[in-house]
Write a protein that binds this ligand. Structure first.
Ligand code: F3S
Length: 418
């Protein structure tokens, strides 16, 4: 790789051992993908395995060790750096039935785990919708992990970023650089498969879960080829786009999609495909949607124990809709309903009376924690009597195992909670 003098200096240890290690990691990554050089990034978004996956064991020890080595002796993040949610908010954990002593231990561990990142100047937003709090622009190169944030920023803002791992994302924050390959190169961002809606689907009537199911299905079929969604409403809201983008990171290993009329690089289908022909057409109609709903809805028992909103973190409009659906109603005393969001959005929701509206109806609004992995291990969910969860999120439905899942619209989920 061709490195600038400053980058060579980082690699030689002139900026300290942590930056040197980070640069070694990025050079190794760049070599693997034949990157010609590095590119400056505008910001980075981190996943800290010790904060997000602590009880799940999804990240093996070497990842934690590598992140630990990178943090040790580091002085500062070189670009604005944000952070994904933690795996559970301890006070919320107590409210839904986990033992207080366990949650106090968790609080201590989370505080200790976050301390090294805070010391380096972390923007402590602890959210998986960082793009609403720290948005980016077309053509801006970014570093970072969190698949939904990567897909959203590439697809909706036209920013340029790859799906990083936890350690490489941390390395980008410490150096302000990332190797120039993949989504950082315009020629790799062209659409490859055409996702066409059949006449029996009416996007104007789509719920958030419909958007999620559509892209979950498209992701399964397209695999690693960039899909181009045609026929969706150009006036789609950012919340709808968030629900469309999120499942592409889990049903496929994608970093971006094109939504014709929305993605800055896709004013027309021809532009989305970069003048080339689609490699494949993926027709989606009612039958494919139904089949995907069935696949993701793993529950058999109609009795619901928990209703979970906020994967990715709920927007203020989503919270407003949930509050409206609860007006004059009360969540069944045997059901735990919660809405998970970022702290800034929770504060706005609180000041707008929405937290009070949801909580006085028997629900909870929580911030800064992941809605998904909290209940990933079936053992944990069972501990607090949660065997069946209803959600409007296709991504959450994909992630949860152990408890059964019902996937449906926000309205159906609220009705289930009642
Ligand atoms: Fe966010 Fe966790 Fe879902 S990080 S996107 S709430 S799986």
């Amino acid at each position: 790789m061709k490195l600038t003098r400053e980058e060579e200096g980082m690699l030689d240890g002139k900026s300290g051992a942590a930056v040197q290690k980070a640069m070694e990691l990025l050079v190794a990554l760049g070599d693997l993908y034949d990157a010609e050089g590095m590119v400056d990034i505008a910001s980075s978004h981190l996943i800290a395995p010790e904060l997000l996956f602590r009880p799940v064991g999804m990240y093996v020890d070497w990842v934690r060790e590598l992140a630990g080595e990178l943090l040790q002796g580091a002085e500062r993040f070189r670009v604005p750096t944000t952070m994904d949610p933690v795996y559970i908010e301890p006070e919320f954990g107590k409210k839904i039935g986990y033992p207080s002593s366990l949650m106090d231990q968790v609080a201590k561990a989370l505080e200790q785990g976050a301390a090294p990142y805070r010391r380096l100047g972390l923007i402590c937003n602890f959210t998986c919708h960082p793009y609403f709090l720290h948005p980016s622009r077309k053509g801006q190169h970014l570093g970072g992990a969190e698949s939904n944030a990567v897909v959203f920023s590439n697809t909706v803002f036209g920013a340029m970023l790859n799906r990083e791992s936890a350690p490489t994302a941390l390395a980008t924050a410490l150096t302000g650089r990332t190797p120039l390959f993949g989504m950082h190169l315009p020629q790799n961002r062209c659409g490859e498969t055409l996702v066409e809606l059949k006449d029996d689907l009416k996007p104007a009537d789509f719920s958030y879960s419909d958007y999620g199911v559509l892209s979950y299905y498209a992701g399964q079929v397209t695999g690693d080829r960039i899909p181009v969604f045609c026929g969706l409403r150009q006036e789609m809201t950012l919340t709808e786009l968030m629900h469309l983008c999120a499942p592409l990171g889990v049903s496929a290993g994608l970093a971006m999609a094109h939504v014709v009329g929305v993605t800055p690089e896709a004013p027309t289908p021809e532009a989305a495909f970069g003048g080339r022909k689609p490699k494949e057409r993926i027709p989606v109609g009612k039958a494919e949607m139904r089949q995907t709903y069935q696949r993701l809805s793993t529950a058999t028992d109609e009795k619901v124990d928990m209703v979970a909103f906020g994967c990715p973190h709920a927007t203020i409009t989503e919270i407003q809709e949930i509050a409206r659906l609860l007006v004059g109603r009360r969540v069944n005393s045997k059901v735990k309903l919660f809405v998970s969001t970022s702290e800034p959005v929770r504060v706005v929701a609180r000041d707008s009376g929405l937290v009070e509206a949801i909580e006085s109806a028997g629900g909870l609004v929580v911030s800064g924690m992941c809605t998904g992995p909290t209940f990933l291990p079936g053992r944990q969910a069972a501990e607090i009597g949660v065997k069946v969860i209803a959600t409007n999120s296709a991504k959450l439905a994909h992630y949860v195992y152990g408890p059964g899942i019902w996937l449906g619209s926000t309205k159906k989920c609220v009705d289930a909670a009642i």
